[in-house]
Design a protein around this ligand. Structure first.
Ligand code: PLP
Ligand code: COI
Length: 356
């Protein structure tokens, strides 16, 4: 949906900035929020133009459908600032389009692209000082849509709200993660909502992830709901596996999120001359590769975590540790993508988008 933004975006500035209270040297992930947010409401069958207002609580009726039927979708993006104070986004139109793909699946009305793209850029101009410059930090951006319309009838709401909030953030994980291959619980199913960034997908992951944490793992590797024989995603990341010198990742499907980091890594790896295979990966293949020594690396890829190396995996009560290796692919691929994102390298792909 490409409605052009005809009027300038209305801006109500905060009376008092919170920025001086923020310790930009020691940022955690998604714990402090910037001064302003973008808000856009859907009522009477249409989205009204977005506004920028001070970051503030939302007032909703207890009967708002978000609370009962979970109609909500979100995105995750980052803004970066280079040494010359120029601001950049990474493939933002892909997030905008994916938000609408998710919305459609949840019977939420799609948002005009211009409201998302122009609204986001305008918000970032105002929040520029909130973009951290420390290595590994960025301004994490959370666009989301939820059902604000009311009623206990189990049907789509008649009103929605779109918000973009921002959190100056440090790394999502510190260090390597140990993962558990999950064979009882499923994250998604054929015909379900796994490909959408629907809030409920994450709620459904928390309990199995808690159980995995109690056993000493930080994340779960999801397997297919039908046979539990094939790996699918690593928590809130897409999964990559290196067997000898081949980089493998699984094809996206209606159970798997079409990650923007994933598709960028595939492209970068191919261009670096790495042999890349996009195909199904059996858990038994991982176990055999680990036992024969051909399993060299595993890592998760996503906006929040960028590239997160995996230390080892647990499966059927046994732990399989990954070996120490010199010059891991995870490091060189991470450097390449982060250099493009932060304007430290040329961007032959046109992925980096400046915010003027
Ligand atoms: N898979 C899931 C379930 C996610 O939540 C995410 C995070 O956004 C990803 C994969 C990675 O997607 P992207 O690289 O677009 O952030
Ligand atoms: C992201 O990588 O941006 C995500 O949305 C993951 C999130 C659940 C923290």
């Amino acid at each position: 949906m490409k409605t052009d933004l005809v009027t300038p975006i209305e801006i109500v500035k905060t009376k008092e900035s919170k920025i001086s209270a923020v310790d930009f040297e020691n940022l955690k992930f998604g714990q402090v929020f910037s001064d302003h947010m973008l808000v856009c409401d859907y009522e009477d069958g249409k989205w009204s133009p977005p506004k920028i207002v001070p970051y503030q609580p939302i007032s909703l009726e207890p009967s708002a459908k978000i609370f009962h039927y979970g109609q909500s979708v979100f995105e995750g993006m980052k803004a970066y600032k280079d040494d010359d104070d120029k601001v950049f986004l990474f493939r933002p139109l892909d997030n905008c389009k994916r938000l609408n793909i998710s919305s459609k699946r949840l019977a939420i009305p799609e948002l005009p692209e211009a409201y998302f793209m122009d609204g986001l850029k305008e918000l970032l101009k105002i929040e520029k000082d909130w973009i951290p410059t420390k290595k590994g930090s960025s301004l994490y951006i959370r666009p989301f849509v939820f059902a604000s319309g009311e009623g206990f009838h189990a049907s789509p709401a008649d009103a929605y709200r779109f918000i973009i909030a921002c959190a100056p953030s440090g790394p999502y994980f510190s260090g390597k993660v140990k993962v558990l291959i999950e064979t009882k619980y499923s994250r998604s199913a054929n015909g379900g909502v796994g490909f959408a960034k629907a809030g409920g997908n994450y709620a459904g992951q928390f309990y199995p992830t808690q159980l995995a944490k109690e056993k000493g793992y930080q994340q779960v590797i999801w397997t297919d709901d039908n046979t539990h024989e094939y790996i699918e995603e690593a928590g809130a990341m897409n999964i990559f596996v290196r067997i000898n010198d081949t980089l493998l990742t699984v094809p996206t499907s209606d159970r798997i999120l079409d990650g923007i980091t994933r598709k960028s890594i595939i492209q970068i790896a191919k261009d670096e001359g790495i042999d890349v295979e996009v195909r199904k990966i059996k858990v038994s293949e991982l176990v055999e590769a680990s036992e024969s020594g051909s399993l060299k690396e595993m890592f998760g890829a996503g906006t929040a975590a960028v590239i997160s190396p995996i230390a080892g995996f647990g499966f059927n009560g046994k732990d399989y540790d990954l070996p120490y290796i010199e010059n891991p692919m995870a490091d060189s691929l991470k450097k390449r993508i982060v250099d493009i994102q932060t304007n430290k390298a040329d961007d032959p792909y046109g992925w980096r988008v400046g915010v003027e």
